[in-house]
Write a protein that binds this ligand. Structure first.
Ligand SMILES: [Zn+2]
Length: 500
């Protein structure tokens, strides 16, 4: 019944706070802390602003490291960049671009876009200003002066093209390729490429100029980032208690930051600060997530909905009868090895083509999927409400399940069918109902956080849903029920405010 669906208190993985926090009762905190042997331990969290600053620095450095992968691949395998010019007496001057592997070149240009485009929240000029504000001083100014000189040289140097009476600096050539070819929608990209195909020397020079800019800027940013780190010119880490929200222990080492939902699924923003997840838990979850990401629904979603992987490659996947790969963010190649019935293609109104794929094969392990989702939900709750909230005893069962797979009487509900992927990553939960609703690229999944009935299902689940019991063996239960079935059985019926 949609009317019974309460608006959950929401937090989403982009860190936006959507609803006000409810106070957590002290009773819950002390109970959780006692169980963990941490009674009386004060948990000190950095403020949201301090966390955001820390995560910004982390993402900036991480993005440069993602870019280092294609740079290394180019250095190792690729031909170096250049332009060949040839001329025979009496004939025209003929040019051709000598470039590294085209896909690797495009991969680097797309990854670097997140640092080089002014709209990006990782835009390097913004990050530089942030550091300048937070760590003022002569030493920093000297480093930034050298960096800015290098950047000016990169943008002034090289080749300056004039197109339609307009001068294009290397930076402008790069942004033009990025926005009108690599990241444009596929129809526009094709138009632009056809336009350039009529003028090969211009096309070659444009790519040459844009790509050199990108490579030079990566070198400059890598130098800047490493120098700031080496000379300790980054804002100091805010003080915090090292206490893991998953094993509820303060004993381990805490060297890493952890994504609530996997980075490989396209979660770039929802990141737990250092000190919140111990290294042991981090590596345990990394193994579970690695397995889940190989399962067909997640593997396909990852390819369709993400632009590049942590290795700075366009995403791809090999399934039993189908290979799928992106050769650009707007270009998908599907290779079928399983005969005609593997891929069913229909043209729908509005120029939309729909593909149905069979033969993806592989095993679906609902327990591992639920463990990954619960881990993500607990992480999101901690980010929104602080660690004390998530260390409360009401989440102990979920914590043990996520970490050790210890069964409990909860459920995972998945939609039986999904539409085309959307760019969404969101985790919502109810304050007084033990469940979380997780939306990964348009696929909404509901999972219990406590051994109770699930609440009424949201709109998307009304018709058909697959329900998995979390205390059943690993094998797929795959019951199909009327979606109102599992929720109508006398569970807590929520009162209060109604749907969003
Ligand atoms: Zn831990």
């Amino acid at each position: 019944m949609p009317g019974m669906y309460r608006a959950p208190k929401m937090a989403d993985s982009e860190g936006r706070q959507v609803a006000s926090a409810h106070p957590t009762t002290e009773r819950q905190i002390s109970k959780g802390a006692r169980r963990a042997g941490l009674k009386g331990m004060a948990v000190h969290d950095p403020t949201p602003d301090e966390r955001n600053e820390e995560i910004l620095q982390y993402r900036f450095r991480n993005q440069i490291l993602i870019g280092l992968n294609p740079v290394k691949r180019i250095a190792k395998e690729g031909e170096s960049l250049g332009v060949n010019l040839s001329w025979k007496e009496g004939g025209p001057l003929v040019s051709s671009l000598r470039h590294p592997d085209e896909q690797t070149m495009a991969e680097l240009m797309v990854v670097m876009g997140d640092l080089l485009r002014p709209e990006s929240d990782l835009y390097y000029e913004r990050v530089v200003e942030f550091v300048r504000k937070r760590v003022p001083g002569q030493q920093l100014e000297e480093v930034l002066r050298r960096f800015e000189n290098a950047v000016n040289g990169i943008n002034r140097g090289g080749m300056n093209l004039t197109v339609d009476g307009q001068a294009l600096t290397p930076r402008e050539a790069y942004l033009r390729i990025l926005t009108s070819i690599l990241e444009a929608d596929d129809t526009k990209a094709l138009e632009e490429e056809q336009k350039l195909a009529g003028n090969p020397p211009l096309r070659d020079m444009l790519w040459f100029s844009g790509y050199s800019y990108c490579l030079d800027m990566h070198r400059a940013l890598f130098w800047l980032s490493s120098t700031l780190l080496k000379q300790r010119l980054l804002p100091k880490e805010a003080p915090r208690t090292e206490l893991c929200i998953y094993c509820a222990s303060a004993d381990g080492t805490f060297t890493t930051r952890e994504h609530s939902l996997p980075e490989s699924l396209g979660n770039s923003h929802s990141i737990l600060p250092r000190g919140w997840v111990c290294d042991d838990c981090q590596s345990a979850f990394s193994a579970i997530e690695g397995e889940v990401l190989k399962m067909a629904p997640f593997a396909v979603t990852r390819i369709l909905a993400t632009r590049y992987t942590k290795e700075g490659r366009f995403p791809s996947g090999r399934f039993s009868k189908v290979h799928i790969r992106k050769t650009r963010p707007n270009r998908l190649v599907v290779e079928v090895y399983g005969g005609k019935r593997t891929i069913i293609h229909t043209d729908e109104p509005n120029g939309v083509s729909s593909l149905k794929l069979r033969g993806l094969g592989g095993r679906f392990d609902h327990v591992k999927v639920a463990r990954m989702l619960i881990k993500g939900a607990l992480g999101a709750i901690a980010l929104e409400r602080g660690r004390k909230e998530v260390l409360a005893s009401k989440y102990d069962v979920a914590r043990r399940f996520a970490l050790h797979g210890k069964p409990f009487a909860g459920r995972l509900v998945l939609p039986a069918e999904t539409g085309p992927p959307q760019r969404i990553m969101r985790i919502k939960w109810w304050d007084d109902l033990p469940a979380a609703l997780i939306n990964i690229h348009g696929v909404e999944m509901l999972v219990s956080l406590n051994p109770h009935e699930l609440p009424d299902l949201p709109d998307g689940f009304e018709h058909r849903a697959k329900v998995f019991e979390l205390d059943q063996p690993v094998e797929c239960v795959n019951q199909e029920r009327d979606a109102s079935g599992p929720s109508a059985g006398g569970g807590e019926q929520p009162g209060g405010e109604v749907s969003s």
